[in-house]
Design a protein around this ligand. Structure first.
Ligand code: SAH
Length: 393
């Protein structure tokens, strides 16, 4: 068994509950079995710390799976996934669609599994986790009775790990089912296309926020849904009787999904625009119309600390313009899914945007990801989504 011996004091992070060891924290590797393998990790005095996934080529050289000396096999995967599943079942027994495994936060570092009834989409962020792909698929098809397992491994982070980019159907092998189906989330039907959809195929992280939006909508409200993807927020607004709904995304595929989803639910189609939201917002200033509610949920503007300043600039521009596009007392739901933008930085940005717009943002709710995306407080890297719900006076 490959053994990793850490440099003096580099055990502190693992002992505090973090799950990563960086390559420069390793003193030596003993009995290396392969460049990517399961390994045991020890402190400089030789005390056992845990077992996990080692990758010689990665900056995150080790990801801890367990602090016990136990076998990493199908039984282990089943135990971890059962524990993850029971948390979701306990929190929301009514839901059959949810993120079953949220990587590090479910003690399966780098592994994301989304569940849509008996269909599953999985994403692995590490070459080490790829070693367990067979066991994971067996557990899903065996104990979890999956009828479909799709692999969505196209994230560019994988190249940092030396892992190849690939996606496709792992089960059933006949490939008769192309990963397209309808799923219902909180009473709204969504047409899901796991292979064509972005990331794991669908954004489950916003489902609680979409549901909460319903409580804010009054009959006839006008709603602008910016960066709408498949129309999750627009659909929930429509379910509550919103009047005019405008849904905007730069992806043609997303806009057709919005229309498909509205038709599926029997809702009157919204006004849709396949456009760059920055340009679209500017075009709105040429007309006098202002909105009751705006949802602003852009993609991550920064993948590293270096690009924080331009990201803040982009957030400020979007937020200040959205505040100006709201009726007095209108509601702005603004999000950032950039891990590197702190709450403090986001709040400062909101203050500046308010001052620039000549409006007073009044915060009444802060939110984050849905119930099925737990985070580890001891591992800040597991947290990313920030949502600010505001009345803009
Ligand atoms: N609000 C969505 C999730 C948004 S994800 C939901 O509830 O599911 C971000 C979306 O922004 C993606 O759908 C992507 O296609 C879109 N996007 C990225 N850059 C864009 C741009 N410049 N203008 C418009 N849409 C953009």
């Amino acid at each position: 068994m490959t053994r990793i011996i850490l440099r003096k004091n580099e055990e502190r992070r693992l002992l505090a509950g973090h799950l990563w060891v960086f390559s420069n924290e390793i003193e030596k590797i003993a009995d290396a079995e392969a460049d990517v393998c399961i390994a045991s990790v020890f402190d400089w005095r030789g005390n056992f710390l845990g077992k996990g996934l080692y990758n010689r080529h990665s900056l995150i050289a080790y990801r801890q799976l367990t602090s016990k000396d136990e076998d990493i096999d199908g039984r282990f995967i089943f135990k971890r996934l059962s524990t993850a599943n029971s948390l979701r079942r306990k929190l929301r027994p009514d839901r059959s669609v949810y993120r079953l495994c949220n990587g590090e936060a479910d003690l399966l570092p780098g592994l994301i599994i989304d569940k849509y009834d008996d269909k599953y989409s999985l994403q692995s962020f590490s070459a080490g986790m790829d070693l367990l792909a067979g066991e994971i698929c067996d557990v899903l098809t065996g104990q979890f009775k999956a009828t479909l397992v799709v692999e969505k491994n196209m994230n560019s982070m994988r190249t940092l790990e030396g892992a190849e980019l690939r996606e496709g159907i792992l089960h059933p092998s006949s490939e008769s089912d192309r990963g397209r189906f309808t799923a219902e989330i909180d009473g709204i039907k969504f047409s899901i296309d796991l292979l064509k959809g972005q990331k794991t195929g669908f954004y489950l992280d916003q489902s609680d926020n979409r549901k909460y939006l319903r409580s804010l909508i009054r009959e006839g409200d006008s709603v602008l849904d910016l960066f709408c993807n498949d129309g999750g927020f627009s659909l929930n607004a429509a379910a509550e009787g919103a009047g005019k709904i405008v849904s905007v995304d730069s992806s043609e595929a997303c806009i057709s999904k919005v229309k498909e989803n509205f038709a599926l639910n029997g809702f009157v189609l919204p006004e849709t625009h396949c456009a760059d939201c920055f340009d679209y917002i500017d075009s709105l200033f040429q007309a006098p119309e202002r909105f009751d509610v705006i949802v602003l949920d852009p993609p991550s503007f920064t993948k590293s600390r270096k690009s924080i300043p331009p990201a803040i600039k982009a957030y400020t521009e979007l937020n200040y313009k959205c505040m100006r596009l709201l009726k007095p007392g209108g509601l702005l739901l603004t999000f950032s899914c950039s891990h590197h933008i702190s709450e403090l930085a986001f709040e400062e940005m909101i203050s500046r945007a308010g001052a620039k717009a000549g409006r007073t943002p009044q915060l009444f709710r802060k939110s984050t990801c849905s119930f099925d995306h737990p985070v580890l407080p001891q591992m800040p890297e597991t947290s990313y989504l920030k949502g600010y719900f505001m009345k803009v006076i």
